[in-house]
Ligand binder design. Sequence first.
Ligand SMILES: NC(=O)C1=CN([C@@H]2O[C@H](COP(=O)(O)OP(=O)(O)OC[C@H]3O[C@@H](n4cnc5c(N)ncnc54)[C@H](O)[C@@H]3O)[C@@H](O)[C@H]2O)C=CC1
Ligand SMILES: CC(=O)C(=O)O
Ligand SMILES: [Mg+2]
Length: 369
Amino acid sequence: MKIGVPKEIKKREFRVGMTPSSVREAVRLGHEVVVETNAGAGVDLTNDDYIEAGATIVERAEEAFEADLIVKVKEPQLPECARLTKGQTLFTYLHLAADKPQAEALMASGCTAIAYETVTGNHGGLPLLRPMSEVAGRMSVQVGAWALEASQGGRGVLLGGVPGVSAANVVILGGGVSGFNAAQMAVGAHADVELFDVNLMRLEELDALFKNQVQTVFSNPTAVYEAITRADLVIGAVLVPGGKAPKLVTRDMLKDMKKGAVLVDIAIDQGGCFETSKPTTHDEPIYEVDGVVHYCVANMPGAVPRTSTFALNNVTLPHTLSIANNGAVEAMRRDPHLLNGLNVMDGKITYEAVARDLDLEYAPAESFL
Ligand SMILES: NC(=O)C1=CN([C@@H]2O[C@H](COP(=O)(O)OP(=O)(O)OC[C@H]3O[C@@H](n4cnc5c(N)ncnc54)[C@H](O)[C@@H]3O)[C@@H](O)[C@H]2O)C=CC1
Ligand SMILES: CC(=O)C(=O)O
Ligand SMILES: [Mg+2]
């Protein structure tokens, strides 16, 4: 099969869909890989590295998009969607529930689109989302600390305080992968940390892991309201797989928060869990509403692209190879976890939560096998 690896075009996105070692594996199995020139330049992977691994370098994105299987990182931007056609498979993050224009463009293309973020795993969870949630969770505390600086419009508090002055209060909404990683970093910074979830079993695990370093709290609207009014930094890390994020903090609540408090909305790629969130970029990551600083970058791991590219390839490569070896339909027939990644096929939305949240017709993924 011919595999195409375009250069990412989203603002300040330096990750690349396949590393040279991933390319080498695909070539060893008899596949042809075309890589757009300088696709890996942002992570110091040169054209020569790819050529040495067996890839062909192409000058234009269109040529990488002519392949049978396109392997990317970020959701396709509209000009990229326009390049896709029936018979092609796209394997990347999609986050469709928050992006109707993209969903409609992928439907119109006729392509088969498999979303990293809904592929499941033998041990539960979302293994192709996991490494990027680890990165974003860890980053959320460092960007939150930066946004709390007075020069960014923040409250001017240091996460850990100093002897004689209290630490900052950090509230983390969602105790899954990103929330857990955020809590690890916040505890490491000596902040005062509260971690919310609606899954009691998960709260029990977190309580056992963190012991008295973190307060675990069952998430309900009253508890969340009370917590955010005390908080210096609130990190939104909730997820309903495939679906739109629930809005846990309304605009009305902001007036009761501390002036200069910071909201970091990791869940922005699924629409965000704060009513006042809107996607931002690494160029202009923050804005203020009612005295509260918002950080809503939808591709946080793009800021640490080397860590992120390698972490992502570790988990995507087995599926990339299975699709290349078997064709997308047979690969999904063999692996129900990969089938769970199918979001669009033959012009239909095949993931129920996406169809529901975008009010589009739903056709079960199984019906395409
Ligand atoms: N902005 C960015 O660059 C990135 C964003 N993400 C996004 O971060 C979000 C979280 O991802 P993960 O941590 O991997 O998800 P996860 O599934 O591991 O954890 C989500 C947690 O939220 C909890 N939850 C659901 N509803 C809740 C509610 N109402 N109150 C409190 N907790 C609730 C769930 O029980 C679960 O424990 C996703 O939207 C993901 O796409 C991930 C990586 C990068
Ligand atoms: C998960 C995601 O959206 C990202 O890594 O950019
Ligand atoms: Mg406390």
